[in-house]
Design a protein around this ligand. Structure first.
Ligand code: ASP
Length: 432
């Protein structure tokens, strides 16, 4: 039977993910023999996967900078920026507080740490989380170019917003500069489109490596912990977000969630909110209908300061480690964990595994042994991928709410399920 089917880019990426999982599992079952290690998991798959991640990261700084300057310079009213900033930060902190509180409650009620089996001892690499005062100081770059070179998101945001405001204040000269940034923005979006064509190959490779090299035993030993984290992540994304969205924004959560497919796929495969920024921006603007003014500011900010999924892992892990070592935490200590997790999420960039490093700092504050991290290290990658999906969904949800409240959400786009096929999803005809 021959029929013609249209395959969009996100469908191709999804198929690549499934095929990658199948290929990786097949290698895993075969014990990942030496030839496949040399040629595939440490060879072709690794090269293709890493190049894909590098391509995405390559886009982040130019995209965030140019898009944010455009956004800030198109604000006719600088007061709006303060209002948008205030609402965004409050919502980001509030959702993180809900997330970590739910996680701690789940850890206290279901006690995942009692009777847990540690997996083979793993060397922990613990570095200190940055203190909050330093986060504030670091927000103002002494050298914006250096901040860009290091990919530090908060200083880049700070500089871009100030530059955008100055462009508006510079009247006619400003108009010329702003036109240049708008053109540049269009060019960079084209670059994003080009890079995305490579995504199916990158996704295939990354998932294949993960499936080929993960050990089933480590998951079995920490089963209770893994299941608790997954459960709270799902509740947060599929219950808490939809509730907030319909209560505060009077928006249909179903329409919203259906549009997040590409964002979720990229977050899952890259385990990095930062690397997902190009996809998140494109999605909230073209698929959901948020104006560039709002999205260019809230999305990069969210990738840095909003980590609900990470907070959930940290809450459950804290309970897990305390229970494993037989240490009873007081109510005050739990409250301290909540505050620490919220503050820590502000200063850390959305990159893979950063949540574990931050957790070391949180554990130290409440007097738990930071070595406890070794217990959960073995299963963290899959959890990292999943919590990153929640992190970016939270960024998109808050972005949509703030846009709605500012009259910057195009409801025709929001209500149209087919609006804004991502990355000019060219429709490829294939025969099946
Ligand atoms: N990978 C997460 C992110 O980029 C952070 C973490 O939980 O480690 O959002």
């Amino acid at each position: 039977m021959v029929s013609v089917q249209k395959l969009s880019l996100s469908a191709k990426i999804f198929i690549a993910m499934i095929l990658g999982a199948i290929a990786g599992l097949a290698l895993n079952i075969a014990g990942n023999p030496e030839w496949s290690q040399v040629w595939l998991t440490d060879g072709v798959f690794k090269v293709v996967g890493q190049i894909f991640i590098s391509l995405l990261k390559m886009l982040v700084v130019p995209l965030v900078f140019v898009s944010l300057v455009c956004g800030a310079s198109s604000l006719s009213d600088p007061k709006m920026l303060g209002r948008v900033g205030g609402k965004t930060i409050v919502l980001y902190l509030l959702t993180t507080a809900i997330a970590v509180t739910m996680a701690l409650t789940a850890a206290v009620i279901f006690k995942p740490g009692i009777g847990a089996q540690p997996i083979a001892s793993v060397e922990t690499q613990i570095s200190e989380a940055t203190p909050f005062t330093q986060v504030l100081i670091n927000m103002v770059p002494t050298n914006p170019i250096a901040a860009m070179a290091d990919g530090q998101m908060l200083p880049i945001i700070f500089f871009a917003v100030l530059l955008g405001i100055s462009i508006t204040l510079s009247k006619e000269i400003g108009v010329r500069v702003s036109d240049w940034f708008k053109d540049m923005n269009a060019v960079i979006m084209k670059l994003v489109t080009l890079v995305m064509r490579f995504a199916p190959y990158g996704v295939f490779s990354l998932i294949a490596i993960l499936a080929a090299t993960s050990s089933v035993e480590s998951f079995a030993a920490l089963g209770k912990y893994v299941v608790r984290v997954f459960a709270v992540l799902f509740i947060h994304a599929l219950l808490v977000y939809p509730l907030i969205l319909s209560m505060l924004g009077r928006l249909s959560p179903f329409k919203f969630l259906a549009k997040l497919r590409a964002v979720a796929l990229f977050a899952f495969t890259t385990a990095s909110s930062n690397a997902t920024i190009p996809v998140t921006l494109e999605t909230v603007e073209k698929r959901i209908g948020v104006s560039n003014k709002i999205a260019s500011f809230t999305v990069p900010l969210g990738a840095t300061i909003n980590m609900d999924g990470t907070a959930i892992m940290q809450g459950i892990a804290t309970g897990f480690i305390a229970q494993y070592y037989g240490i009873d935490l007081s109510v005050n200590q739990y409250l301290l964990v909540v505050v620490m997790v919220i503050l820590a999420s502000i200063g850390t960039a959305g990159v893979p595994s950063v949540g574990l490093v931050v957790l070391a700092g949180v554990l130290g504050q409440v007097g738990l042994p930071a070595e406890g991290i070794a217990l959960i290290l073995g299963v963290d990658r899959l959890l990292d991928m999943t919590r990153t999906v929640v992190n970016v969904s939270g960024d998109s949800m808050v972005t949509t709410l703030v846009a709605k409240s500012e009259g910057e959400l195009d409801m025709d786009i929001f209500n149209d399920p087919d609006a804004g096929l991502i990355f000019d999803e060219e429709e490829v005809k294939v025969q099946v």
